[in-house]
Structure formats: structure tokens, C-alpha cells
Design a protein around this ligand. Sequence first.
Ligand SMILES: [Fe+2]
Length: 243
Amino acid sequence: MIGFFHKNLPEDFFKGACDIHCHLLPGVDDGFPTTEKSLHALQKLEERGVRKMILTPHFMKDYPENERESIMAQFESYKAEAAKVSGIELHLGAEYMLDACFMNHFKQGFLTLGKKGKHVLCETSYLMYEHGISEMLYDIMCEEYQPIIAHPERYEYAVRDNYFRWRDKQYKFQLNLLSLSGAYGKPALVKSHYLLKEGMYEFVGSDMHNLDNFRRFLPEIRLTKKEMERLEQLIENNKKLFD
Ligand SMILES: [Fe+2]
């Protein structure tokens, strides 16, 4: 229940922040369709104080043309354009669907998050738990990769037991910031607040696909003092990926 003690995000919430999950690389997935729109969003984020962004295009069987080498080339040309209008530091990562293509991406070499070269952003189907996921994640962890599960609150099949089991397997969780606003529906809203309170998340990302949703739903986020403290810790954890 939203009560008197719930507050909106402070004005300076993004000051110095690093966003580790977004779809700003234009024209490669269901995120920003054009460079112009993407650069406009980048400028707006800079005005809010964002300092670094890791662009994480989808790598999944729905986008078979998204391969490591081609995405790296597109990122370099985007980065050159972005440098003309923004001082935000840009990095390239990826969001890997745990599907039949996942192990191929593993063999080609993952585009990881941050400096350490070990953090791999992964997502699963929203609707059902697909067979073989834990085996794939086990295989990459044997090579010392650290899976980060994107937006666990959005998986409709996932209940408390799933989250604790995944945590016991040493997967890290990344919160989608707008889940806390109800942007993805009531179940994701309830789960995101629960997981935040329980201290289950390690990182936070915007998962931005367009600027409109961000503008519309950001003011809807209402947090208790404890939730705000947890969220601020996640923002700090994001920065540590570059230590
Ligand atoms: Fe995403």
C-alpha cells in the first residue's frame, strides 16, 4: 500500500549514475529506431546527471543478424556520433536471451558489462521457464562468467522459490527501475518492491526502449525510506562494475 512515508525519486537521483541496461543502440532491436531519437534521449539523460551508459542490444533468435562483430561496428559509429552531442561515456554490452543461440554467443565471446569482462546480462522468456537454462548458466559460470538476470520481477512464472534458488546458484539480479512504478503491470510492481525490500537485487538498469515511457512512469515511483536506501546501493553497485 502506498502511504504517507512513500516518496518519489529525488531530483538528483541520476547524478553520476551509470545505466547498465538500455536499448539506445539504434535500429538493431525493439529499442530506439533511429540515431536521432537515441541521441535526443542521451542528451536528456545527461541533463539528469547520468555519466555512463552500457548499451545492451538484444542477442536472441528473434534478431539473428545481431552478431558480436557487426554490433561492435555499429556501436563504434554510434559512439562517434554521440560524442558530437553528449559527454556521456558509452560502453557496449548485450542482453542475451537464454535460448538456443546462447551457447553460440558464448563461443564467439560475450559482450560483457563493465571493466571486469565477466558480467553477462541474461534474460529468459517472460511466460515460461525454459528447459536447460540452469545448465547453460552452469557452463558459463565454470568459465568464471557471472550471470546477471535482467528484470527477474518480470518473469510471470517466477515465484519466491525461484528467486531464492537462483540466488543460491549465485546469479545476480538486475532491477528494471520502472518496474517499481507499475509500468510493466501489477505483478512486476509487487515483485519488484518485494525483491528490493528483501535485498535480492545487485544492480539496477533503465532497460530503456524509448523516452516516453521513462518520462511517463518515472514520477510514478514511490518508495519507502528503506527501499530508497536499497536502491541507492544498487546505483553504487553499478558504478563498481568499472572499478
Ligand atoms: Fe532489455
